[in-house]
Design a protein around this ligand. Sequence first.
Ligand code: PHE
Length: 344
Amino acid sequence: MASESTPQQLLATALADGLAQIEASDSTDALKAVLTGLTGKKGSLVAIRSSLGKVDDLEARKALGQLVNEAMTTLEEASVVRSRALRANEFAAQIEQERVDLTELAMSAQASRRRGRMHLVTQATERLEDVFVGLGFQIAEGPEVETDFYNFEALNMPPSHPARSMWDTLFIESDIEGSVVLRTHTSPVQIRVMKEWPPPIYAIMPGRVFRKETPDATHMPVFHQIEGLVIDRGITFADLAGTIESFTKAFFGPGFTSRLRPSYFPFTEPSAEFDIRRPDGSWIELGGCGMVHPHVLRAGGLDPNEWSGFAFGFGIDRMAKERHGVEDLRDMYSDDVRFTEQFS
Ligand code: PHE
């Protein structure tokens, strides 16, 4: 068994221990507690001092008392040094925590003031609508999910008609009899308008259309078309050509002209494709058109002996791409505001 420690040994241990505790305290609060534990009324050094009463020799008691006082002073001085260091750290931490980043503030203020812009396709659609409204047309819309009837059959394409393969169709699973598709063009809206509006009809029908395409620079599986439909008495192919020409000048400018090329669509007869000639002599292939087929007039509830009409349809995205010199259609749908911001 170890012999009982002398007061000097106890003091030396308490001092070393106290200095270590002071050095280890990691906050000014912790330091205060440590100091109270050492030099406070119930502190370990005070306990040692009280025990000195048991030392009989006066000189020895005085010397020990002196040592205790010195130890006290040493500890207090060490704690002052430690406290200064801790306070400096705590102050720095507080400053860091309460820091206000004015750069961010300034940037968010700027961002909230930044004005949004319409997507290129929306801009083009609105301009097209303006031009056609100016020519006396009304605007109609139809559903993006269509039945086989509206997308094909009413447009003179009975089931298994070979012309259906002109559109790579996306089908929807449903309980509805016959197939349900994502509309492959805006032409089904022709039928809906004919059924709903009493003729004469001068209507345009913009909207999203869907085809089973792999996205590349010139194709997207989702894009936009605008359909035109005119139904009146005595409408001829000349009215169609004249309307396309008026639209071309109004939309593109007086230096542009249009031409029609014979083509085929099941829902128009005769059918044509139309191109726009730029002032520099180059051509933009725009879309399809033709005289509404009698079967289509009947599907729309109209008597072909009384009414005749023409229809046209073209892609809006392609046109916006041409107009703004966008190289890749996919950029238009990249969700990158830096792209949209270029066109205001
Ligand atoms: N719907 C046709 C297409 O998507 C375009 C068209 C519309 C052709 C109206 C003739 C008449 O290709």
